[in-house]
Write a protein that binds this ligand. Structure first.
Ligand code: ADP
Length: 478
């Protein structure tokens, strides 16, 4: 089997080690072998990005536009093949995989346009005769550390703006999904990014990630992943005075009020909680439901769950693919045990499933009779596990929705304009959804959360410029 190499300083470089990339739908299926860099190679990539920065930061906007546009076009042209690879290595369904790949193409297209739209401001000075000019300049070398759950879209929404605004990149993807990362890197490289401006360094978080965090030649780090690692990223970056941005966990509530359209509420809950195997930081893991609709809602969600097919991600007809790996499966099952021990009722699912091939299959799990202080309502599980919390009215629902250390996405299903408007204003979250699932966002508007979910400027859309550029204020006496 050929080994997929890292891309460092303008060439494909053999890793210190190699790893098998295993299909979670069928653990006998090895997708490929991928390089694992050591610390030395991570440092080489950083040095290359540093060396490439002066030229790339001053490159013409037409060149940067054209490269990003070319990346977008190739991703789109190969969406079925890349979507298949993504689903094969991560375990989301083929439809979800192809959809994510299309999203990556849209993101590169959007930032190709942003290259041309970047502008500054010219103001009068408070001192007569002086001009004041505000411009945005690239930050420098950006370290990009990404998780496994969106193996193409998250790298895209970090790499595209980084390159668009003239930064050079050291990209470290998650260990579980090197295939999508490698394919994306190959496209970026062939689109004509100059030597050193873009580097792919596959490898371990504690080795390659750590090297990126602790090297003073890296100016900024953008990270999506767990809270525990996010805290390490923050501590290292503060110590180095690097700019950083974190997207971490969620414990996103979906409030369902008595006056909700039951069909919409059930669709939002099932989609938000269980699609993509619940492995989304925006997943609706807490369903906060008022008394009058509670029993009908639970019955309808349970009915819907019975009809969902959990199977091989690549099979036609699969609604929910496997969990990503054994470690995540163990975590999901351990939280199901914790929920039972805490006194919650397992109303549906939670069983380990066997399918044609050996894989990490888990039946979606729905808990009822849960209370706010239970661990299953406070800690991010990151699997197809959701809990219903019964509340008496809207006020209690809002309080329950906000009663969490997280604040990424918060949803409500209601036909009341009064409650929808009040919730929109008072939900303590970066994103609010009315009659829509908590997961599923647009790419041209800001993405991010509050409280323990996120740190630093928002990602995506033109707000991305906040992180990937730094403002210069120039005073001139002509
Ligand atoms: P997840 O639960 O999504 O795997 P992690 O936070 O463990 O969350 O991983 C997210 C990314 O952070 C991955 O690319 C991982 O390799 C990287 N990572 C893990 N540990 C460290 C670390 N100590 N320093 C830097 N990066 C790390």
């Amino acid at each position: 089997m050929t080994i997929h190499h890292n891309f460092i300083a303008g060439r494909w470089a053999e890793g210190a080690e190699a790893q098998d990339n295993v299909n979670p739908s069928n653990t006998g299926d090895v997708i490929g072998e991928y390089a694992r860099a050591d610390r030395e190679q991570a440092l080489e990539a950083i040095a290359a990005a540093r060396a490439a920065f002066p030229a790339w930061s001053r490159s013409g906007i037409q060149q940067r536009h054209d490269i990003l546009q070319k990346v977008s076009s190739e991703i789109l042209a190969r969406k079925d093949e890349l979507g298949r690879l993504l689903s094969r290595e991560e375990g989301k369904t083929l439809g979800e995989g192809v959809g994510e790949v299309m999203r990556a193409a849209q993101i590169f297209d959007f930032f190709a346009g942003e290259v041309l739209r970047l502008s500054g401001e010219k103001l009068a000075s408070t001192r007569p005769g002086i001009d004041v000019e505000l411009t945005r300049e690239p930050v420098g070398v950006v370290g990009i550390i990404t998780p496994w759950n969106f193996p193409v879209a998250i790298p895209a929404w970090k790499i595209a703006p980084a390159l668009a605004y003239g930064n050079t990149v050291v990209f470290k993807p998650a260990e579980l999904v090197p295939g999508s990362a490698w394919a994306l890197a190959d496209i970026i490289v062939r689109a004509g990014v100059p030597e050193g401006a873009f580097n792919l360094v596959m490898g371990r978080g504690a080795v390659v990630g750590d090297a990126i965090l602790n090297d003073p030649r890296v100016d900024a780090v953008t990270f999506t992943g767990s809270v525990a690692t996010g805290k390490k990223v923050a501590a290292a970056c503060v110590g180095q005075m690097k700019k950083f941005q974190l997207e971490m966990g969620g414990k996103n509530p979906l409030v369902v009020l008595d006056d909700a359209d039951l069909g919409i509420a059930v669709d939002c809950a099932v989609n938000g909680a269980f699609f993509s195997t619940g492995q989304r930081c925006t997943a609706s893991s807490r369903l906060v439901v008022t008394d009058g609709i509670h029993d009908r809602f639970v019955a309808a969600v349970t009915e819907k769950l019975k009809g969902l097919v959990v199977d091989d991600a690549l099979k036609a007809g699969t609604h929910i693919g496997p969990v990503v790996d054994q470690g995540q499966l163990d975590q999901d099952i351990s939280y199901i045990d914790i929920g039972r021990e805490e006194g919650a009722t397992l109303a549906f699912g939670g069983e380990r499933l066997n399918r044609e091939n050996p894989g990490f299959y888990l039946q979606p799990a729905l808990f009822t009779d849960t209370t706010p202080e239970m661990r299953i309502n406070r800690e991010e599980i990151f699997g197809p596990v959701a809990s219903v919390q019964r509340v008496k009215d809207y006020e209690e629902a809002l309080a329950a929705a906000n009663d969490t250390p997280f604040g990424l996405s918060s949803g409500i299903c209601t036909t009341s304009l009064k409650y929808a408007s009040h919730f929109r204003r008072n939900a303590e979250a970066g994103m609010v959804m009315v009659n829509l699932p908590t997961a599923g966002v647009d790419y041209h508007v800001p993405f991010g959360g509050r409280k323990g979910s996120s740190y630093g400027p928002r990602e995506q859309g033109r707000y991305a410029a906040e992180f990937y550029t730094t403002v210069k204020t120039a005073y001139t006496l002509p």
